[in-house]
Every structure is written in C-alpha cells, then in structure tokens.
Design a protein around this ligand. Structure first.
Ligand code: NAD
Length: 450
C-alpha cells in the first residue's frame, strides 16, 4: 500500500512511500540482530568517532533536514532549524559519552566486585509526529552509544527526516544494519516490534493510550520499556511575578509547534489578585504571535499536522473563548490560538488537546496552585513564575512532574534528564541518564581467596 504525504500548510503532495508491514519489520530486526555483535565490539573511541561524524553530517545537511521537517510537519522553519541543531548536539553529546559511561569497582569481602554496562541488543524505537527527528535522536544517540543496534519506527505522517538520518548514518561509516528505519502503521510495524522475540527493548514516545499497549505487550517477554507520554502541564503565575515577562513568554509555552507539544503548558494558572491584568497581557502577547507560512523565517506558528487532528482539536472548544487568533485563508490545516477560561474539572483542562488551545484557571494562594497543578493524571513538565525564590523552590518540590522551569518555559536541554511522572511515563532521556535506558548493569565478582 502507498503512503501519500502532504504538506500541512499547502495540502500539496510531499512524497509517496511504500508502506512497510510485518515482513519488512522482521527483515529490519534480523539485520539489526546480525549487526549487533560487531557493533557492540567496536572500540569506544571508534564508536564515538562514528557518532561524531554523524553529528557533523547532520550539521552539513542542516538546511535540507530543516526544510524536509517543515514541509512534512508544517512547523516554522526557524523551529525546524533549532531542532536540527539540537539533533547534531545530541549526537555530539553521546559521542562524548561513549567512553565516560562505565561501571564501578565495589569493595566487598573476599574479593573484588566489578560492574559493567552492557548493551541490550536490538532496540525498537517508536516515535511520534510532532518532533520527528529531534525525538528520534534522543533515542538513537544513547542507544548507539551504548552499543545497541536499532530499528526506528517514525510516525506514518512524518517519516521523511528519519529516512534521511539512516542514509547519513551509512555515509558517516556506521555499518549497515546498525540503524534501520521502517515506515508503516503503528498497529502493524509498532506492534510487531513490541512482540518480536529478538527485540530487547522498546523506547516509546507517544500518547498515553498507546503507551498502555506498549507496556502490556512488552510484559509478555519482560521487554524493557521507556515511555515518554502525554502531558497537561501547568504554567503557574503568582501575583509577585514579573507579569510582563511571564505574559510575553506564555504564548510560546503553549502555542509553540501549534500546541502539538507534550510539554505544552496548556493550563495557565493565574493568581486571582492579578488575574485580569495578566489575562489582558496574555491576550495581547498571543495576538502578536506571527501565524502563517512555515517557510517564512519570521513565522512563529504554522498549521496543525493533519485535517483529522484539526477536527480533534476543535472538539475541545465547547465554550466561548476569551480570545481567538487569526489564521491564513486558503488551504492548510490551520487552527487559531485560543484562550479559554476554565475550571480544572473541565474537559479542556483534563485532557491533552495537542493544539493551540490554553485553559486559563484562577487560583487563590500557593496551596491552591499546587493542588490544582497536581490534580491531573499527567506529570511531564511545568513552569513557576514568581519573584520569591523560596516559594519557587517550595512549589517546584511539591509538584508531581518530571521537568520544571522557574521564570522560564524551557523543557529540554541535551545534557539534562527529561521524562515524566505519573501517566506521563517513566525512564529518562537526554543527559547521562539517557544512557541508563539503553544498557544493563552486569555485576562480576572475583574471588581473591587462596
Ligand atoms: P501515538 O501514540 O498515536 O503514536 C506514537 C507512535 O506510536 C507512532 O509512531 C505510531 O505509529 C505508533 N503506534 C500507534 N499505535 C501503536 C500500537 N498499537 N503499537 C505500537 N505503536 C503504535 O502518538 P502521536 O499522535 O504520534 O503523538 C502525539 C502524542 O505523543 C501526544 O500524546 C504527546 O503528548 C506524546 N508525546 C510525548 C512526548 C514525551 O516526550 N513525553 C514527546 C512528544 C509527544
């Protein structure tokens, strides 16, 4: 069957690909299995050199990769450039980590105890459509650095950059079979990877619903899993915050990537004392966001990824919004920036919208803010805006969420751990923690007795 990809901004065709099925998945797993013994034995300095070469090729082909991503996903070219820049950094980082991730010598009675970090084998990596190349690199980088071989399954809507990455890996000198990409439906290719006896681990990023299926399937053979799932994060604005700064930053925290961001701060919690003033500032900042042609350098928000997804997003807006932004006329899966006043019990505040829609929720005091922020099944990210340093840390410690920023909206950095609490998943990506999910600790005891 043919997979027809369209540009979400123009609805014009981008590419036609052959859809893979179980046979192609099995072939990719077999290739990865054959490649594993040699890849795990590559000397650390050589493996690092190959990853560094891949990072260099990503840099050399940065503009081409960014344009591919923009045309396939609809994201602004400036965002795509930033993401491709991060991909190169991720490979540089894990190239540097190859020979710095090792075991320990532990003093014990009667001998010496050593630990080793062993690769797992063939790992299946399943990624979503919102940050296709970026999220792929967060998994491929540490997986290859630890000596695993990979079968990467991109989302069907957005496979273009993953395919190009595999070509660049070969060009870098990474042996055939080490990084394989299979493009096909989640229910076929993804499920086959989950149930395949030769796949040792599934690194999954996607919805919590599919995460449940990954975990259930992996349980059959005690496959390792890392789950990076959905979010419904809070952006908490206290009355003592720099309101102008918080309001200027808030639109990017929820409308970035057209809201198709697991870290979107889609619940904006505002202290009642400054509610009216903050909302007025937020409306003005949201109205100034540049929405339009993703290939224009100045654009800050593009369309949604598909017509189906636009329908889902629209279904969440049940009451009259406080503010609705403007969108271009003509073709494209556009949806306007939307601010809706809500309580934390409303559907819009409980479920992940994954579009440019923010729920604005008032709170009375610090305890109320923490209670509302934690009243969600998710726990991925969040922000705290306050000028009181003690409060900032107190609230940060009280929130059940994996990634927080204070007086900032940033979520991911190459060298710091990223991942969720509660139903946002478990396991950590990025930083040195990212290597733990792609290696097993082996303990060897050597007796020194007679
Ligand atoms: P999705 O769960 O529908 O799909 C994710 C991937 O899983 C795709 O490659 C898909 O083909 C595959 N898949 C679908 N059904 C499958 C099955 N039954 N078995 C195996 N694989 C299957 O998610 P999506 O719509 O592509 O992405 C949006 C979701 O991803 C949102 O919920 C978002 O929050 C989440 N996300 C999380 C993070 C994070 O790091 N926590 C980052 C980005 C996106």
């Amino acid at each position: 069957m043919t997979l027809r990809l369209v540009n979400p901004a123009t609805e014009q065709p981008v590419a036609e690909l052959k859809r893979a099925g179980v046979i192609e998945t099995d072939r990719a797993v077999a290739a990865a299995k054959v490649a594993f013994p040699a890849w795990r034995s590559v000397a650390p300095a050589d493996r690092a050199r190959l990853l560094r070469r891949l990072a260099g090729l990503v840099e050399d082909h940065g503009e081409e990769l960014a344009l591919l991503e923009t045309r396939n996903v609809g994201k602004p070219i400036a965002d795509s450039r930033g993401e491709v820049g991060m991909v190169a950094e991720v490979f540089h980082y894990y190239a540097g980590a190859v020979d710095k991730h090792f075991g320990q010598t532990i003093p014990v009675a009667g001998g010496v105890d050593l630990t080793f970090r062993e690769p797992l084998g063939v790992v299946g990596l399943i990624v979503p459509w919102n940050f296709p190349l970026n999220i792929s690199s967060w998994k491929v980088g540490p997986a290859l650095a630890c000596g695993n071989t990979v079968v990467l399954k991109p989302a069907e809507l957005t496979p273009m950059t993953a395919i190009r990455l595999a070509e660049l890996a070969l060009q870098a000198g990474i042996p055939e079979g080490v990084l394989n990409v299979v493009v096909g439906p989640g229910r076929v290719v993804g499920e086959r990877l989950i149930h395949h006896p030769d796949v040792a681990k599934i690194g999954f990023t996607g919805s919590t619903e599919v995460g449940v299926e990954v975990m259930r399937g992996a349980a059959e053979s005690i496959k390792r899993v890392t789950l990076e799932l959905g979010g419904k994060s809070a952006n908490i604005v206290f009355a003592d915050a720099d309101l102008e700064r918080a309001a200027a930053a808030a639109p990017y925290a929820v409308f970035g990537n057209a809201g198709q961001d697991c870290c979107a701060r889609s619940r904006v919690l505002v202290q009642r004392d400054v509610y009216d003033r903050f909302v007025a500032l937020l409306i003005s900042a949201t109205g100034a966001l540049r929405v339009g042609d993703p290939e224009d350098d100045a654009t800050e928000m593009g369309p949604l990824v598909s017509a189906n997804h636009r329908q889902t997003v629209a279904s969440f807006v049940e009451s009259k919004p406080l503010f609705t932004g403007s969108i271009p006329d003509g073709p494209g899966f556009w949806y306007p920036c939307t601010l809706v006043e809500a309580t934390n019990h409303d559907r819009i505040a409980r479920e992940e919208v994954f579009g440019p829609v923010a729920a604005i929720i008032p709170f009375t005091d610090e305890a109320d803010a923490v209670r509302i922020a934690n009243d969600t099944p998710y726990g991925l990210s969040g922000s705290i805006w306050t000028s009181n340093g003690a409060r900032a840390l107190r609230v940060a410690r009280a929130l059940d969420t994996g990634v927080l920023s204070i007086n900032s909206n940033s979520s991911v950095r190459v060298s710091t751990p990223f991942g969720g609490f509660k139903q946002s998943g478990f396991g950590r990506e990025l930083g040195m923690n990212g290597l733990d999910g792609y290696s097993e600790v082996k303990n060897v005891y050597i007796s020194t007795e007679g």
